[in-house]
Write a protein of this length. Structure first.
Length: 172
């Protein structure tokens, strides 16, 4: 996955008590990013040197936020479109019957369309099952996703009731 270039500025950085292990080894930093065609977002990164607990959050700073539903055709061109995915975002690829709803462990991230597909593939590969049928089903789905990355032919849908997600239909 290509790393997305962004203008960013660290505005806060500190070491505090870890909410998980209680040691004073929780590194927290806040970064202000200016995402072209979207606006400013405040990203919080945190990790604990003792227990390894990690946290990440993205908060868009623009004022008006309303539910969004965005659909794009996956193609060699749109793979590079930048995405902002909040933890409230539902991701769908209807042609494959994929619908990923936000759960309590839902992550927020900034990436591109290719990165979203890669994350879906990673998620599928992490599913542990002993059922042979289910294994085959997952393998098939991974193959289909890889084919879509190469040749397109499917739709990516973002739905976010908080409006904090976006697919930005430009490459930079
Ligand atoms: Zn800790």
């Amino acid at each position: 996955m290509k790393k997305v270039k962004k203008k960013s500025k660290v505005i806060y950085s500190s070491i505090i008590t870890c909410p998980v292990c209680g040691k004073k080894s929780f590194n927290i930093s806040q970064v202000l990013d200016d995402i072209p065609h979207f606006g400013e977002v405040l990203e919080t990164f945190a990790h604990c040197d003792s227990c390894g607990y990690k946290a990440h959050d993205i908060l868009p700073l623009s004022e008006k936020r309303y539910p969004i539903k965005q659909k794009i055709k996956i193609s060699s061109k749109s793979l590079a479109y930048r995405v902002i995915k909040s933890k409230y975002c539902t991701i769908e690829i209807p042609e494959l019957g994929i619908k990923i709803q936000p759960g309590p462990n839902s992550e927020s991230y900034i990436s591109n369309v290719e990165g979203v597909i890669d994350r879906i593939i990673d998620g599928l590969k992490r599913i542990k099952t002993i059922k042979e049928e289910k294994k085959k089903e997952i393998e098939k789905l991974v193959k289909k996703l890889l084919r879509i990355k190469e040749k397109g032919g499917a739709t990516l849908v973002f739905y976010d009731r908080t409006g904090q997600s976006a697919i930005i239909e430009k490459s930079n």
